[in-house]
Design a protein around this ligand. Structure first.
Ligand code: OGA
Ligand code: NI
Length: 354
């Protein structure tokens, strides 16, 4: 009998999808073929919906501030996902990060494996959440790094040293993502009528995890899934698309909507920690990534959390008569413990409901 991981902090080793893709297969191996009975996977798509676009300069400018806050509030309530432009991170920094990631996935397999996941740890190069030999696989390779921010908490064992500038780029990028998280959370808190400064401060020095995704071209993209439908557990996730090939989709009113890459923008989506803080006013959206036939797609997801001393629970100001707390309040550490030690089939957010 196969030995199976005891908690989700361990993933079984599986073949590299990039290596499969370069073999020039005409059909995908059975372990990647999804049956289409899954209701979420087969929800229809809606090509006419456009995800909201939030302009950070309009949030700051006194003339447009009120209106843009309202647009942000609606985006959070109705979508839980939006694109941010004019976020203050330089093009140079974004393109440097993309270049390093591209450089890593261009390396030979043996070299990439120097930073492979190890038994007992989810971090590193490989695939996440493979807990049984029978489990269907996703059409992606990835690097998962926990606590890339604040810098003192990182575990460099899994940080690639090739390309040589990778670590430096990641370090700078993580600081910048934390900065964007602090400022966007401030405006989100305003939209909820909260003490904006107080909430955004909990994200200062906040924790960030990172998942770098590589979706190689696939001979039969309609039979596989790049990344299964899921919700993030972050407060807010900031995703950088490395090219112009669409792949990310968000579930909106029962329809899958394609998130079209915008050069220089960051895609933001809310996670469970924000759903909890807003006491359910906002919801973490289901999202997924699809493979395509022609071109490899790379994306960099930074999962931003409050700092480790903050509690994760409904904001006090949102609790009033007729509006009781819907979720438990947990210490950050308890929150992660709970997530990684549950059964994969148990809904994380449901387990935190009161
Ligand atoms: C994720 C994620 C989407 C993408 O890594 O959590 O949702 O487009 N990624 O890669
Ligand atoms: Ni996600």
């Amino acid at each position: 009998m196969a030995v199976e991981p005891e908690s989700l902090q361990w993933s079984l080793p599986v073949p590299s999808v990039q290596e499969l893709a370069i073999q020039g297969l005409q059909t995908v191996p059975p372990r990647y073929v999804r049956d289409d009975t899954d209701i979420i996977i087969t929800a229809p798509s809606n090509p006419s919906l456009l995800v909201p676009l939030i302009d950070m300069t309009k949030l700051v400018n006194p003339d447009s501030h009120e209106q843009e806050i309202q647009r942000l509030h609606s985006a959070c309530r109705e979508w839980g996902l939006f694109q941010i432009i004019n976020h203050g991170v330089s093009d140079e920094s974004l393109s440097n990060m993309k270049q390093q990631v591209q450089g890593f996935f261009d390396l030979p397999l043996q070299e990439k494996k120097r930073w492979a996941q190890k038994p007992g740890s989810l971090e590193g190069y490989g695939q996440a959440f493979v807990t049984s030999e029978e489990q269907k696989l996703e059409w992606n390779d990835m690097i998962f790094l926990r606590s890339i921010h604040p810098l003192q908490n990182r575990n460099l064992d899994f940080w690639p040293e090739n390309p040589p500038e990778f670590r430096k780029a990641l370090e700078t990028y993580s600081e910048e993502m934390n900065r964007v998280a602090v400022s966007i959370v401030r405006f989100i808190a305003m939209g909820l009528g909260l003490e904006a400064q107080e909430y955004s401060e909990t994200y200062r020095g906040g924790m960030c995890d990172m998942r770098i995704n590589c979706y190689p071209p696939c001979p039969e993209p309609e039979r596989v899934v790049g990344l299964c439908p899921h919700m993030d557990i972050s407060g807010i996730t900031l995703l950088l698309e490395c090219g112009d090939m669409p792949g990310l989709q968000v579930l909106k009113d029962g329809h899958w909507v394609v998130v079209e890459p915008i050069n220089g923008a960051l895609v933001a989506n809310l996670g469970h920690a924000m759903q909890i803080m807003s006491n359910g006013i906002y919801k973490a959206p289901d999202h997924r990534a699809m493979a395509n036939k022609s071109k490899q797609r790379l994306s960099i997801a930074t999962f931003c959390y409050p700092n480790s001393s903050a509690d994760i629970g409904p904001a006090e100001k949102l609790i009033k008569p007729g509006s009781p707390p819907l979720f438990k309040t947990l210490k950050c550490e308890e929150y992660f413990h709970h997530f990684y030690n549950r059964k994969l089939e148990v809904s994380f957010i449901d387990s935190l409901k009161i």
